[in-house]
Write a protein that binds this ligand. Structure first.
Ligand SMILES: Cc1ncc(COP(=O)(O)O)c(C=O)c1O
Length: 387
């Protein structure tokens, strides 16, 4: 694997300097145009040797097409953002080592890239993370520190470690490097889906911190504004939907978030950097029940022969339910006008008012990860677990 240092020249200093997270005052001014088509293409070139161009697969005869990001070598899409961020580090930053906070999949990805590039990795994870994720991260050579389950606890601890040990922070979701990297998923979908130009799809994407959904929506809209992009959350952890309805970032408590089995979707509030991208480019946010999520996991296994974790199956659950195909009146996007929340910070760019689609528009659901504890997966397959 290549090991060249290819810094992204347009990366803002606060990211390139390795601070433990964006300065809140600065990030409130984030411009949702900072990541453009050129930066997405550059990210794609940079990460190509490290990530798999995952296939599009049919889910039985459901009509739903899966973008199988669970087939990345780290078992989740997070490898895209982690490799783009870590390949952007200069020689001195690589020598210092990195620290990350993660519910699990970013931890595995950072450890994976660290091993490939010979970079020391320290990861802060919640104590209730699936054992499979903790074990895999350690097996890849990272030092894992477990902290209280709230996402705020691990963010704070990672910041402390960056300051005390001189480690460089590798953001899980809240950075332009991550957004540019996740946007490459849309590039691949729209290049690989037959007749995507004549029959643009609706893309379903899970939302937690928003690095994935913000990038996917941006990447899709820059290529083709007719593509509809729908964010999906568990009904029990729908802080992004609440934020969209309120027109500002809303935080849920850690206790509220822990009600869902989707351990990768428990970040308490979308990021300050990702928020303007979500507001500007996502057409809709919908929710799924725990039972729908578990049923989708089972169908993905039995009809597409893929292992999906709960967080990786919510997009499929929403697609199977046909949710978000036509914008709901409450979100004000069905007329293409958009509420102030739906318009967000847009200035008449692509996708700013939401796309209206017919019921027959093809659905592509991103299966974002497959790192699941074997016992849980067995229970889901056997139909022993109910939401
Ligand atoms: C499997 C899976 N899907 C989706 C997400 C959501 O990504 P983001 O935090 O960028 O919204 C995560 C985050 O950890 C995840 O692990």
């Amino acid at each position: 694997m290549p090991d060249s240092v290819t810094p992204d020249p347009s990366v803002p200093d606060r990211l390139a300097s390795g601070s433990a997270g964006p300065d809140p005052a600065a990030s409130d001014r984030v411009d949702p145009d900072l990541v453009d088509a050129a930066r997405i293409a550059a990210a794609h070139d940079r990460i190509r040797p490290y990530v798999v161009r995952t296939p599009l697969l049919e889910l039985g005869d459901s009509g739903v097409i899966l973008k199988a990001e669970n087939l990345q070598p780290s078992g989740a899409f997070k490898l895209r953002g982690a490799s783009n961020s870590m390949l952007n580090l200069d020689v001195d930053q690589r020598r210092r080592g990195v620290v990350a906070h993660s519910s699990g999949n970013h931890a595995i990805a950072v450890a994976h890239v660290g091993r490939s590039l010979g970079i020391r990795t320290v990861v802060v994870m919640p104590s209730d993370a699936p054992q499979a994720k903790i074990d895999r991260t350690r097996d890849l050579g990272a030092v894992v520190e477990l902290v209280a389950p709230d996402s705020s606890a691990r963010t704070a601890r990672a910041r402390e470690l960056a300051e005390s040990d001189g480690l460089v922070a590798v953001e899980p979701y809240d950075s332009e490097l991550v957004l540019a990297a996740t946007a490459t998923i849309s590039t691949e979908i729209l290049e690989d889906l037959p007749a995507a130009q004549t029959d643009p799809p609706v893309i379903y994407v899970p939302v937690s911190g928003g690095g994935l959904a913000g990038g996917v929506a941006l990447g899709a809209k820059l290529r083709d504004p007719r593509v509809r992009v729908v964010g999906v959350e568990p009904e029990l952890a729908a802080d992004a939907l609440a934020s969209r309805q309120a027109g500002r970032r809303v935080a849920f408590s850690g206790e509220q978030m822990r009600r869902t089995l989707a351990d990768g979707l428990r970040v308490q509030q979308v990021g300050a950097v990702t928020w303007p991208y979500l507001q500007t480019y996502l057409d809709d946010i919908v929710t799924v029940t725990e039972q729908e999520m578990l049923d989708a996991m089972r169908r993905i296994a039995l009809e597409a022969w893929l292992v999906a974790e709960p967080s990786g199956a919510v997009s499929v659950a929403a697609a199977l339910a046909g949710r978000g195909r036509v914008a709901s009146a409450s979100q004000g996007t069905s007329t293409g006008q958009g509420t102030s929340a739906a318009r967000g910070t847009s200035r008449g760019r692509v996708g700013s008012g939401g796309q209206r689609v017919s019921a027959s528009q093809r659905a592509v659901a991103i299966v974002t990860g497959g790192n699941v504890d074997p016992g849980l997966f067995a229970d889901v397959l056997a139909g022993r677990l109910h939401g």
